[in-house]
Ligand binder design. Structure first.
Ligand SMILES: [Zn+2]
Length: 264
């Protein structure tokens, strides 16, 4: 079995402030250690379920957070950014059996995590077919377009609930919740233990986690700055809705991600 793990940091337990997510900041040390521990726990769960090949995408910021030497032999670690539209899912293709998300966070326009955002902090929302999307949504559509089910997610509790709306059978572990600017965090060892068990459980029911791709992707983006909306509406197929808002329709997930890559 071949498994793809996409890992972010804002949904890792105890991570609360932006400075903890920044490479070279002193506060990043603890965050990258726990991000690594949660990814290693996911790898253990995957191996227990029969995974023989695991690709791990470090998918936060510079994509150089995970401590490589901590990962098991089965892992190929993807650091940095390919520049392809799959973004946090770079390298995923139809040869994979399942996708796992670690350290994921609520999207823009949600309040379940003080670090909630969708792809960057310059938009108020990224809406797909009428629903405010998190990175989880776009990445799960990318996976679906390659025929790969998303079977497990760990991150903030609000995102876990959100994820089940798209993939009802997905296994989740909510390691924290946000109240205003604060986070209420699960013990780090317990989080790892639950992630390991949850990944194994999710992989065992991966066939139940398959979803149908929508016919089209009707996207609406609200930018914080009107200037960004003005610039975006010059991209072919992107239309101005109002001073801050643009829309476009994509035929498949990769087209949705390609347009996003150039305008967001
Ligand atoms: Zn991130």
């Amino acid at each position: 079995m071949k498994v793809y793990i996409s890992s972010d940091i804002e949904g890792v337990t105890n991570v609360t402030n932006w400075d903890e997510t920044e490479l070279y900041h002193d506060a990043h040390e603890a965050a990258k250690k726990q991000m690594t521990r949660e990814v290693v726990a996911a790898c253990r769960g995957a191996i227990a379920a029969g995974a023989t090949e695991i690709f791990v995408k470090d998918a936060h910021d510079s994509a150089r957070n995970i401590i490589a030497e901590e990962l098991p032999e089965e892992v190929t670690l993807i650091r940095g950014w390919t520049g392809s539209p799959e973004s946090m899912m770079a390298g995923l293709d139809e040869t994979f059996d399942a996708v796992i998300y670690i350290g994921y966070h609520s999207g823009a326009n949600y309040d379940g995590n003080p670090l909630a955002h969708t792809m960057n902090t310059q938009n108020n929302y990224f809406r797909i077919n009428g629903k405010d999307a998190a990175e989880f949504d776009m990445n799960t559509y990318v996976a679906a377009c390659h025929g790969v089910p998303a079977v497990f997610l760990s991150g903030d509790e609000q995102l876990c609930e959100h994820a089940k709306e798209l993939v009802p059978s997905i296994e989740t572990v909510g390691v924290k919740y946000g109240v205003g600017g604060a986070t209420f965090n699960m013990n780090a060892d317990k989080a790892c233990r639950l992630i390991e068990a949850g990944v194994e459980a999710g992989l065992k029911k991966r066939e139940e986690c398959r979803i149908e791709e929508p016919e089209t992707y009707d996207v609406e983006i609200s930018f914080k700055e009107p200037a960004k909306a003005y610039r975006a509406c010059f991209f072919p197929g992107v239309y101005s809705v109002d001073a801050r808002t643009v829309s476009y329709t994509a035929e498949d997930a990769l087209e949705m991600m390609t347009v996003k890559m150039f305008i967001l």
